[in-house]
Design a protein around this ligand. Sequence first.
Ligand code: ADP
Length: 505
Amino acid sequence: MRLVRVLSVASELYPLIKTGGLADVAGALPAALAAKDVAVRTLLPGFPAVLGALPAASLLHRFSDLFGGPARLLGAEVGGLDLLLIDAPHLYARPGGPYAGPDGIDWPDNARRFAALGRVAAAIGRGLLPGTEPDIVHAHDWQAGLAPAYLHYAPGRRPGTVMTVHNLAFQGQFPPDLLGELGLPPGAYAVDGVEYYGSIGYLKAGLQLADRITTVSPTYAAEIRTPEGGMGLDGLLRARAASLSGILNGIDTTVWDPATDRRLEATYAASDPAPRAANKAALQRRLGLAADPHALLFGVISRLSWQKGLDLLLDAVPALLAAGAQLALLGAGEARLEAGFTAAAGAHPGRIGVQLGYDESLAHLIQGGADALLVPSRFEPCGLTQLCALRYGAVPVVARVGGLADTVIDANEMALAAGAGTGVQFAPVTRDALEAAIGRTASLWAEPATWRSVQRNGMATDVSWARPAARYAALYRGLLSESASSSASAPAARSSVINGASSTA
Ligand code: ADP
């Protein structure tokens, strides 16, 4: 099989920099694709956390001016990942996260910071690094959304382009008067270009101009074509439905492996999850919960936001307590939710344990020790925590939306009869339905043999990247064979000119 070279363009990558699932995907997919004869290089902004983690980097190119200052393109290998980093101190050398300062407020020049990402990606796509030209430029989320646009508006041959949406809620909209500075031609500011409700839309640009669009589950791919789920982009996505597909995420089964996980009190195999009891006890101790092996222990690992539906869980606390259950919650986010769960923990000591903040190690202990994992999201493009939960034997209890609908098999009577259920789903996403799901979960818990079979089914589910990687590889190859057969027209024949990032070799 011919090797396909892909330039993956992302603003996060586990383990170097992460705010959410995008980082997990960008970090884990390359290794899985290598097994399918797809070689992935990943282009990342040179945030301090990224550059600081590099053992050694080689200088590949210098830009004399990349949106207001000089920049360097560096190459490095970290943990088997082939990385390209944009070292542009005027854009990235700042404290805080990738998008906002320590005060949580977005940087005012994010338009430039992420236009730089798209522009360098496009330059690489058009041969900046001879001998390693990518066949495909694969842009992730709005931060990389201008890459397909720069490639579209540049003259000459270009690689195939793929735009993946990890969350349609984040769209990257900026004032229209930036167009010239971005180096896009005036004609790009149009409905079939980068214009989006009177702004420049980075995600919109990528969705409009990439050859293929993917999102991270088949159900989310359908939801975002509806007015309810489309967040303003459903019309475009309906128009491009033939180029849109949903490919589920996997998880890194070396990072998430209960048989070897050193963050657990006790490791265990799918064939014998009994040692989970020691993790449950450790989790109860850690969060101040009563040391009760018989209480049904629900876990939550989540950003605390409206999307994740945790306000509904707060409302459902009395029902959860009435079912005799405990709750172990790890999360960070909206102040009212942080305050709400802290207050609930204070009001119900021994029954509700809360840790605010981001804590990888506690996340692993919750997966390895909780009996069930709650994910009551209002919308969920794919969701990763329920995949980890399946592998770790924490029975997922999820809203029937997006990727949650696609990854958990509801343990209804017929699924149980078929030996197929892996969790509990509920719909609609309301307090009542969530309470009913908690009640159903408690009924399953009360039947240990049934519980064990649901848990076993989940643990036997392949949640690795193997199947998703095969689908991405097929998508890339399909796109390449299509552009080869129409090579006289498509990618090559672009007429408008953009100002390339000025560079010196
Ligand atoms: P999203 O990307 O919308 O936040 P996902 O379920 O796709 O949700 O991915 C979330 C990832 O972040 C998972 O790997 C999860 O374990 C992790 N995570 C979320 N919140 C925390 C937290 N407070 N501490 C540690 N890990 C967290």
